[in-house]
Ligand binder design. Structure first.
Ligand code: ASP
Ligand code: MG
Length: 439
């Protein structure tokens, strides 16, 4: 069984959907195809939901009509036969009737989730109509029948595996299944989702649940790159990454893959391939257990970081000090990204200011607190780089003009993280591209 996931831009136009049909029929392997909503749809649904929540039903109605018009225009280019067009039209009618009914119901969080689910429901149903018109045998597998999250909003992998296995057994005569990314049921049985960008997560969870041979993530870029193509001129796709390397990169900026989607694939050791719909022959990036090579593979930056330094002579030779500091962050459910300590100070970074004022207030009794906003973490990722002689020297030679404010080295064998003021982030990535990759 192989998993193939296509993102919003890969299904965002009728001709793209046609191309997806070609890609999934290239071989006769059994497969589960996971689709996102058409590009722009989930954003539109969020806006509709926000308008309803804010009591502006007129605005919501306008946005619903705009979105409906988009889908009405999509149909004649997607399918040609009259009966297929009628079927597609009926699907769009059904889902927009639902959205229009919602305008008259009082808003709730459960309703919000129902609204957000419409995108993936429509994209998969419309795609199924096209496959049917083309005579491509397949089955639409409703994600709401097997994808679930528990009371902590975490995917329930054993339950997902069980239900999926049952469904696949019931339809053992089929070789191609189409399902929705992103949507699921929660512990109360309501419609819910895996958070924005969650279709990658769906694909990876299904890959783990079905013990797939490969989990292919099809987007519009040819894999993960060694540096941020939006910031530096020349970047190269990385052919092979280990799960650990990919997890570091996915978190630190490389927007191409949702960070949560590494663990399920890693758990069952299913290779993840990042492939380009526009350039299907390109190698892309393969993420698997083995890293392939030793040394620096990529650098990535994450902006919007806040550094907090707590200085206290009471920390000298004291035990339990760090625990007390960490408890403050735990209390405000704020994850710490980087941490460095000296004998009398500890510096940490966080990526949200949601509870910053409270956190500072509660840290003040422990010592002198300093806060630096607008920082960026620049992460240097590669197999065994912390053990590779020369990497640190090359790194600091390359960055001699950059005012690095924090360094995290040795936390993992494949990551070195630096903190720099955000105004130096671009220069840092450019210098690293020249100094480390020779680009
Ligand atoms: N459609 C959802 C979103 O835009 C999920 C996804 O595309 O991954 O967030
Ligand atoms: Mg996406």
């Amino acid at each position: 069984m192989k998993i193939m996931k296509f993102g919003g831009t890969s299904v965002g136009k009728p001709e793209r959907m046609h191309q997806v049909a070609q890609l999934i029929t290239k071989d006769s392997d059994a497969k589960i195809v996971v689709l996102s909503a058409l590009s722009g749809t989930t954003n539109a649904l969020v806006a509709i939901s926000d308008a309803i929540a804010g009591g502006d039903r007129e605005a919501a109605k306008r946005k619903i009509d705009e979105l409906e018009a988009h889908y009405r225009k999509f149909i004649p280019d997607l399918v040609i036969k009259e009966d297929a067009r009628a079927k597609a039209g009926a699907i769009v009618t059904e889902h927009f009737e639902f959205l229009n009914i919602i305008l008259r119901i009082s808003f709730s969080e459960a309703l919000n989730k129902d609204i957000l689910a419409q995108g993936e429901l429509m994209s998969t149903k419309l795609f199924s109509v096209y496959l049917e018109e083309q005579g491509i045998d397949h089955l639409l597998l409703p994600a709401l029948e097997f994808m679930s999250i528990d009371g902590n909003e975490e995917p329930n992998l054993p339950a997902i595996s069980n239900k999926l296995a049952q469904l696949l057994k019931q339809h053992s005569n089929k070789k191609m299944f189409i399902t929705q990314g992103y949507i699921c049921r929660n512990a109360r049985g309501e419609v819910d989702n895996l958070k924005r960008g969650g279709s990658d997560y769906t694909a990876s969870l299904i890959a783990a649940a079905a013990n797939a041979t490969v989990c292919e993530i099809w987007t519009d870029i040819d894999g993960m790159h060694n540096n941020d193509p939006r910031i530096v001129n020349k970047t190269l796709p990385i052919e092979q990454l280990s799960f650990d390397e990919a997890a570091e990169l996915a978190y630190f900026g490389a927007k191409i893959l949702h960070p949560t989607c590494i663990w399920p694939a890693q758990l069952n050791n299913v290779p993840v391939k990042l492939l380009n719909t526009m350039q299907p022959e390109a190698k892309g990036t393969t993420i698997q257990e083995e890293a392939g090579t030793v040394g620096v593979k990529a650098v990535a930056a994450k902006d919007g970081i806040i550094a907090i330094k707590i200085k206290s002579s009471r920390m000298l030779l004291a035990y339990g000090f760090l625990r007390k500091v960490f408890e403050v962050f735990e209390k405000y459910k704020t994850p710490i990204d980087m941490i460095t300590t000296s004998e009398v100070a500890v510096s940490v970074t966080i990526d949200t200011d949601a509870h910053l004022d409270h956190i500072i207030k509660e840290l003040e009794p422990f010592g002198h607190v300093e806060v630096e906003k607008e920082q960026s973490i620049v992460s240097i990722v590669g197999n065994e780089i912390a053990q590779t002689p020369d990497v640190l020297k090359r790194l600091f030679d390359t960055l001699s003009t950059i005012p690095v404010t924090m360094v995290s080295y040795g936390g993992s064998a494949h990551n070195i993280s630096l903190l720099v003021p955000s105004e130096h982030r671009t220069k840092t990535l450019q210098l690293l591209n020249a100094g480390i990759f020779g680009l």
